[in-house]
Design a protein around this ligand. Structure first.
Ligand SMILES: [Zn+2]
Length: 279
């Protein structure tokens, strides 16, 4: 809905000049030919427009503001161009890194950088704003941008958003102000880098402490990525009534594996709410 309205509007405004030029041609042809010409021009303009309107279309089949993780088929390999990157914040202190946390019992999908409330947050690359929204129990005020290089970036816990959906942005353009909204303790920027809807570790590409990229490009390889995911630790949050054999059965591992991964033995007492590593 949103997309088609925008797209028709843009097609009309861009199409006008061409249709005018073609009107002369059309006027010289018989009526049925005239109609054919007008239709094909309008159609061609719409298709051309569609092609150029949304970033990284070779990777993403759709443009939608429905979900942050907009899953699409990952290519076997893809060269992500990192030139033109601008740090989203001038702050350099990392307060939490990407990956599984025993404390959280789940994966942290981004990087947390300390910012003060009101600090300006900048777009990392050129692109187009896909989502601006609010999640009371999650991201708080947040912005998602799809970039021409195929990456998407997420900026969360903002105190204020400075862009709107479908707005084109340049790298370094202010997109929001730092804050502490949503599920957050203390003002910070939660920064995610998504590729085909999957979070990649931002540290593979950016060095916030040095305020620079790790190279001119990052070579994404699906096999490498899958292998890294397969080896990641996984945690089970203990519910009341569960013991290690129940958890082992539920997770399809042996009790000995749980002993080994958690430095436990048959005398260890576990309590509800505790995170038990099972992979
Ligand atoms: Zn975070």
């Amino acid at each position: 809905m949103r997309k088609s309205l925008f797209f028709i509007f843009a097609a009309l405004s861009i199409g006008t000049a061409r249709v005018q030029a073609q009107d002369i041609l059309a006027a010289q042809s018989p009526l049925d030919k005239q109609m054919e010409l007008v239709d094909s021009i309008a159609l061609r303009d719409m298709l051309l427009n569609e092609e150029n309107m949304f970033p990284a279309q070779e990777l993403y089949s759709e443009w939608s503001n429905q979900s942050v993780r907009f899953k699409s088929e990952m290519p076997d390999s893809f060269r992500i161009d990192l030139t033109g990157f601008v740090m989203p914040t001038t702050n350099t202190r990392i307060t939490d890194v990407f990956g599984y946390r025993r404390r959280r019992g789940r994966r942290h999908n981004g990087l947390d950088i300390k910012v003060q409330k009101g600090d300006t947050i900048y777009a990392a690359f050129d692109g187009k704003v896909r989502i601006t929204s609010y999640q009371r129990r999650g991201y708080g005020h947040y912005v998602v941008i799809r970039h021409n290089n195929g990456l998407e970036t997420v900026y969360a816990h903002l105190s204020k958003k400075l862009v709107i959906e479908e707005q084109n942005v340049k790298a370094g353009q202010p997109i929001g102000l730092g804050g502490n909204t949503g599920r957050s303790t203390g003002s910070h920027l939660h920064f995610e880098t998504l590729f085909c809807g999957t979070p990649l570790n931002p540290a593979l590409m950016f060095d916030f402490e040095k305020q620079d990229v790790t190279g001119d490009f990052y070579m994404f390889r699906k096999k490498q990525y899958k292998a890294a995911i397969a080896g990641e630790p996984k945690y089970h949050k203990v519910r009341s009534g569960e013991n290690l054999s129940v958890i082992a059965r539920k997770r399809g591992v042996s009790v000995n594996t749980l002993y080994r991964l958690n430095k436990m033995n048959s005398r260890t007492i576990i309590r509800p709410g505790q995170s038990i590593r099972y992979q």
